[in-house]
Write a protein that binds this ligand. Structure first.
Ligand code: KG4
Ligand code: ZN
Length: 363
């Protein structure tokens, strides 16, 4: 990537199909595939760009948070590369990269509110600068993409003719279009907590229980498709969307009360794999319309995990001269890493009541 954010060369080796067939990510398998492909993928991107390693200004690589075994492969490879070519190194925080991606597409000014929803993370934060975040809330257990993946797996959607190549979240979104969410009523998580944290594991338990009961009623063995898969998908998607919308609405009201966002033309940025869900986006649009915020989502390709967002984060840091290392002897990857300053306690104390919104999406 050049300093304006133009992509000069790009290469991708996706492990999605392998993980889908295995029914989830097996860390040693992910590590082996990273090892087998990292050199070729890097070389392809460089070849396409026409830029020699000696002409690079710096190398940016994800070092936190994430799967230890995968982070290790990327970091080892990068350290060898930068030592060989004598280049500065920019370690990248995965969530910071998700949050800043939008600025590659549109000149969104700081501060803005950001919601990150994916298979591994779920958080709300105020982005005050390239490396300056206030954390308003996060998931206390699982991430929304994770529960959509688990429900899709439990519903055996991989054997659904229209879903065999889709991720769990995509499969749920696809079949939910034909479903009636009102056929099943699911309890909205954390109704008693006036904060911006999230919880999805109780919802997963409720849904698994319903699937089990329906299998008994229909005499369907586990592993075969239930007749009501569409309705279950629609109910889960609606409940996930409503939970996310409610917490986001509270975050917006908290930011307004504390003057954390511009008074006019404040922005909500939504990113992460789950942000490519159109139903969830439309639900969030109802919230931003009612609070006079602008809703921005990067294109789906940049919402799911990608290398471009890491390069862009490198450019943002390079421009501001932040976190650029000339010595990498002590650098380590960090499987767990918080984002910014945690002010979720202040959000809880403010105990903001969120007005009811009609979150009904007509497809
Ligand atoms: O950001 P991402 O590529 O990886 C991390 O989890 O970090 O997100 C992948 C997640 C998976 O759980 C996948 O099921 C979910 O994003 N996802 C979706 C959709 N597309 C991907 N969830 C809901 N609706 C979608 N259309
Ligand atoms: Zn991610």
């Amino acid at each position: 990537m050049d300093e304006t954010g133009s992509i000069l060369g790009e290469s991708l080796y996706s492990q999605k199909d392998v993980h889908l067939k295995a029914g989830g990510i097996i860390p040693p398998v992910a590590q082996r595939l990273h090892r087998e492909h990292i050199a070729r993928v890097t070389q392809e991107a460089l070849d396409m760009s026409g830029v020699a390693p000696s002409d690079l200004s710096a190398v940016a690589t994800t070092v936190k948070p994430g799967l230890a075994l995968s982070l290790g492969v990327g970091l080892d490879y990068s350290i060898k590369f930068i030592q060989q070519h004598k280049k500065p190194f920019i370690p990248i925080h995965h969530m910071e990269a998700h949050a800043l991606t939008v600025r590659m597409i549109e000149p969104v000014q700081f501060p803005f509110l950001v919601l990150l929803v994916s298979g591994g993370h779920c958080l709300l934060a105020v982005s005050k600068g390239v490396d300056d975040f206030l954390l308003l809330g996060k998931s206390l257990d699982e991430a929304p993409g994770d529960i959509l993946d688990k429900v899709a797996r439990r519903l055996s959607l991989i054997s659904h003719p229209e879903c065999s190549t889709l991720s769990g979240g995509q499969a749920i979104e696809h079949i939910a279009k034909q479903g009636d969410r009102l056929k099943f009523s699911l309890k909205l998580p954390m109704g008693q907590h006036s904060d911006c944290n999230f919880s999805f594991s109780g919802l997963r338990t409720q849904v698994i229980h319903i699937i089990h009961k329906k299998e008994g009623e229909e005499g369907i063995p586990m592993g075969q498709l239930l007749s009501c898969v569409n309705d279950i998908a629609a109910a889960v998607q609606y409940t996930v969307a409503s939970h996310i919308a409610k917490r986001t609405h509270r975050a917006i009201l908290f930011c307004k009360a504390k003057g954390l966002l511009p008074q006019n033309s404040a922005t909500l940025v939504v990113s992460g794999g789950v942000a490519s869900n159109q139903y969830i986006r439309k639900t969030l649009k109802i919230v931003t319309d009612s609070t006079d915020l602008t809703l921005l989502c990067p294109p789906a390709k940049l919402c799911t995990d990608n290398g471009v967002m890491i390069a862009w984060n490198g450019i943002e840091r390079l421009r501001e001269g932040k976190g650029i290392l000339n010595h990498v002897e002590n650098i380590c990857y960090e499987p767990k890493a918080a984002l910014g300053t945690d002010i979720s306690g202040q959000v809880r104390e403010a105990a903001i009541k969120v007005p009811r919104l009609k979150l009904e999406i007509k497809e």
